[in-house]
Design a protein around this ligand. Structure first.
Ligand SMILES: Nc1ncnc2c1ncn2[C@@H]1O[C@H](COP(=O)(O)OP(=O)(O)OP(=O)(O)O)[C@@H](O)[C@H]1O
Ligand SMILES: [Mg+2]
Length: 354
């Protein structure tokens, strides 16, 4: 019995450690935030003009996949404004009262960060509309015909919402944000800069070609880049006296089953099921998820955006479809009617103008 508990707590410790390291690696100022040039410039304008007017800035919504820097940016917003920040999340706001308790105790100019804002319960959401627009909430007292609404003032605050699924936000909520930041995947050069910055903070020497190797397998995501860097560091400590080279990085990541294109176990499970069990598709998301024992949400939010971006999977009205490239990636021959197989190919020297 205690063995299992030990395992569980060891796991929790490891996760706690990872979270501590993650917090330590977070950029603290907008200036240190790497990549997302457009978002950074837009946000910087919003913040500067608010500071100049000495008013809280418009509400900010950040949308983008996991690990792209939404929480980091929310914390940066508060730091740049020298404002306190209150942190909560959509699932924690089950009843309107949960939100009212927070809103009624905000101080002027405070930043309220609601993570996973698309998962808020309906009544809390409706209360939030009013608070965002008029800095006021109606507290309903009593039940039935005798119920009365008591208006309550809320100090002017800035809401920062984060979501991995902007499409699930009701339009009235989305429309009340003055600024929407779309966080995109990072390119290889940006990820290399993230890696060099993190390596310096970890006191680790990281040659350029090793950084490139890790960046190429990081799925366009800083959190993954940092995580892979730590795995490479562990591997180097045990197998090569702590010295990181490109070969050491590649060997470490192969050991952790992160392939050269950055696909991990989950990605390969999705593709293998799609090819092996459903002949390449089309197949519905939930069927695909059940086939690999995952939640549809995990497949849709964690694996698919990257697979789609790599041109390995397509979302069609009839379901998920593997592209010809997916067959090739798994070392198989694509069937002649594979999705994307008829796409125009570069014919080489003699096809273009001289
Ligand atoms: N632009 C960046 N520059 C440097 N490091 C970054 C950047 N963006 C993210 N990171 C690093 O990646 C890690 C994950 O970022 P963060 O927690 O902000 O992602 P998130 O978008 O909130 O993810 P989730 O959707 O899972 O909450 C952070 O620890 C941070 O160190
Ligand atoms: Mg986050």
């Amino acid at each position: 019995m205690s063995f299992e508990r030990d395992l569980v707590s060891a796991d929790a410790d490891a996760e706690g450690d990872e979270r501590l390291v993650e917090a330590a690696l977070r950029p603290k100022r907008l200036e240190e935030f790497i990549g997302q040039a457009r978002v950074r410039e837009q946000l910087s304008l919003v913040l500067q003009s608010a500071l100049r007017r000495n008013r809280p800035p418009d509400h900010v919504l950040m949308s983008g996949g996991p690990g792209l820097g939404k929480t980091t940016l929310a914390l940066i917003i508060a730091t740049e404004l020298s404002a306190p920040i209150r942190i909560t999340s959509g699932p924690a706001l089950e009843r309107a009262g949960d939100l009212a308790a927070i809103l009624s105790t905000l101080s002027e100019g405070e930043v309220l960060f609601i993570d996973e804002i698309h998962r808020m319960a309906r009544p809390a959401e409706e209360m939030l509309y009013l608070a965002m627009e008029d800095f006021r909430v109606d507290i309903v007292v009593g039940k039935g015909p005798g119920a009365t609404a008591i208006p309550l003032e809320v100090a002017p605050f800035t809401l920062v919402g984060a979501t991995t699924r902007a499409g699930l936000l009701p339009a009235p909520l989305r429309d009340r944000f003055g600024f929407v930041a779309h966080m995109d995947f990072y390119d290889a050069g940006e990820l290399e800069r993230v890696l060099h910055r993190s390596a310096a903070l970890l006191g680790l020497e990281l040659p350029g070609d090793a950084a490139r190797e890790i960046a190429g397998r990081s799925r366009g995501t800083p959190r993954i880049a940092n995580r892979l860097l730590r795995r490479v560091r562990d591997f180097a400590e045990v197998r090569s006296d702590g010295v990181v080279t490109r070969d050491v990085a590649a060997a470490a990541l192969n050991l952790y089953e992160v392939d050269a294109e950055g696909l991990d176990r989950l990605d390969r499970a999705v593709l293998s099921a799609l090819l092996g069990k459903f002949g390449g598709g089309p197949v519905g998301l939930s069927t695909l998820a059940v086939a690999i024992g995952e939640e549809p949400e995990t497949v849709e939010v964690v694996a698919e955006p990257f697979l789609v971006r790599q041109g390995l999977l397509a979302r069609t009205p009839r379901g998920r479809v593997a592209t010809a490239a997916a067959w090739v990636h798994l070392g198989l021959t694509p069937p002649p009617d594979a999705f994307g197989a008829q796409a125009p190919v570069d014919l080489g020297d003699d096809s273009g103008p001289a």
